[in-house]
Ligand binder design. Structure first.
Ligand code: 13P
Ligand code: SF4
Length: 309
C-alpha cells in the first residue's frame, strides 16, 4: 500500500510541478520558515523576488510584500496563502489621502515605507524599508523637503538619525511594534539585567531610547548572533526566535508582550498556514492581480530604492 504524503511532501511536489519558489518573512510560523527557499526581511525578500526566474512566487508574508514581488514580476504568478494577511500600516494610509497630502505640500519628495498599498507606492518618489530608510533619506538632497509615510515611529527615528528638519511624517503605526510598552521593557531589563536590547524602528521612541541596537528584522538577527553577549531582549515579532535559536543556539532571547494580545505576534503574518500554502500552490489562488499601468507607476519608486546599495 502506498504511504500517504505529508503536507510538506505535497508542498515540495507542487513547488516542483509549478516551478515555484517559496519566500518567507521571518515572522512566519516555524514550519513555513523550515521549508522556505529564502527567509528574510522585506528588503531581502524584494531583492529575491527581483532576481527570480521561475513561474510562481508563493509569498509567505503579508499582502503588501507579495504586491511588491508582483510589481517586480508582472509576467509571473504571485500567490499568498491567506488573502486577508494585511498590515495595519497599509490600512493607515490610503492613496487618496496621499494625493491630498501631496497637493497641500507641493515640491515635497514622497518617501514611502514598503508597508504601503501598491496604489500608495504609485504616488511615491522612492520607497524604503526599515533596513535602508536612513540611507534612502540621506540619498535625497539636504534642502529637499520630504513627506515620509506611513509609520510615525520609523519616521521619527529616521528624522533623528538624518537630522532632517524639513520632513513631515504620516501618523500611522504598526499594531505590534507600536504597542510594546516601555514599562514592560523596563521590567524585562530589571528581570534580565545582563541582557542587551535590540529593537525594530517601528517601536515607540521611549522603547528605542532604551535599545542597544535598532535595525530591521534581519539586521536585528545578525546583530544578536554576532555580538559577544549571550542574552538579549528582542523588541520585535517573536517569529524571529526561529532564526535566532538556529543561528545562536547557545544564547538566550527574551520577548516582551505588547498591549493588544499580550503576545509579540503579528496576527496578519500568522494567518498563513502550511495547509493554506499547499492549497495556494495547488489552485494558484489567492493570486495578486494588478493593472499593468498601476504596476508600472509603482515599479519606479521600488526600483529607485533597490538601485541604492
Ligand atoms: P522588516 O523590513 O524589518 O522585515 O519589517 C517589515 C515589517 O512588517 C515589520 O513589522
Ligand atoms: Fe504590518 Fe506590524 Fe504586522 Fe509588520 S508586524 S506586517 S508592520 S502589522
Amino acid at each position: 500500500m502506498l504511504a500517504t504524503k505529508t503536507i510538506v511532501e505535497e508542498i515540495q511536489d507542487l513547488k516542483r510541478e509549478k516551478n515555484a519558489i517559496l519566500l518567507a518573512h521571518h515572522y512566519q510560523e516555524t514550519e513555513i520558515q523550515e521549508i522556505a527557499d529564502s527567509i528574510g526581511d522585506s528588503l531581502e525578500l524584494a531583492r529575491r523576488a527581483q532576481s527570480f526566474q521561475g513561474d510562481v512566487i508563493a509569498f509567505c508574508g503579508v499582502w503588501f510584500m507579495a504586491e511588491t514581488a508582483k510589481v517586480l514580476n508582472p509576467e509571473r504568478i504571485v500567490v499568498v496563502p491567506d488573502k486577508d494577511a494585511g498590515c495595519s500600516l497599509v490600512d493607515s494610509c490610503r492613496a487618496d489621502q496621499v494625493r491630498a497630502w501631496k497637493a497641500k505640500n507641493p515640491g515635497y519628495v514622497i518617501v514611502s515605507y514598503i508597508n504601503t498599498s501598491v496604489e500608495v507606492k504609485a504616488e511615491s518618489d522612492i520607497l524604503c524599508t526599515s533596513r535602508n530608510a536612513v540611507d534612502v533619506v540621506n540619498s535625497i538632497p539636504a534642502d529637499q523637503p520630504i513627506l515620509f509615510l506611513p509609520d510615525i515611529n520609523l519616521g521619527n527615528y529616521v528624522k533623528a538619525q538624518t537630522g532632517r528638519e524639513n520632513m513631515k511624517i504620516w501618523p500611522g503605526a504598526c499594531i505590534v511594534h507600536a504597542t510594546f510598552p516601555a514599562r514592560r521593557l523596563t521590567a524585562a531589563k530589571l528581570e534580565h539585567p545582563r541582557a542587551l536590547v535590540a529593537a525594530h524602528p517601528e517601536c515607540p521612541a521611549d522603547v528605542l531610547k532604551m535599545a542597544d541596537f535598532i535595525g530591521s528584522t534581519s539586521a536585528l538577527i545578525d546583530w544578536c548572533v554576532k555580538h559577544p553577549a549571550s542574552e538579549f531582549i528582542v523588541m520585535t515579532e517573536s517569529g524571529v526566535s526561529h532564526s535566532l535559536h538556529k543561528l545562536a543556539p547557545e544564547k538566550t532571547f527574551h520577548f516582551v508582550a505588547n498591549e493588544n494580545c499580550n503576545c509579540s505576534e503579528c496576527p496578519y503574518m500568522k494567518m498563513n498556514t502550511l495547509e493554506k500554502l499547499r492549497d495556494a500552490l495547488m489552485t494558484l489562488q489567492p493570486r495578486v492581480e494588478l493593472p499593468l499601468e498601476l504596476m508600472e507607476r509603482a515599479r519606479l519608486p521600488v526600483e529607485r530604492m533597490l538601485a541604492l546599495r
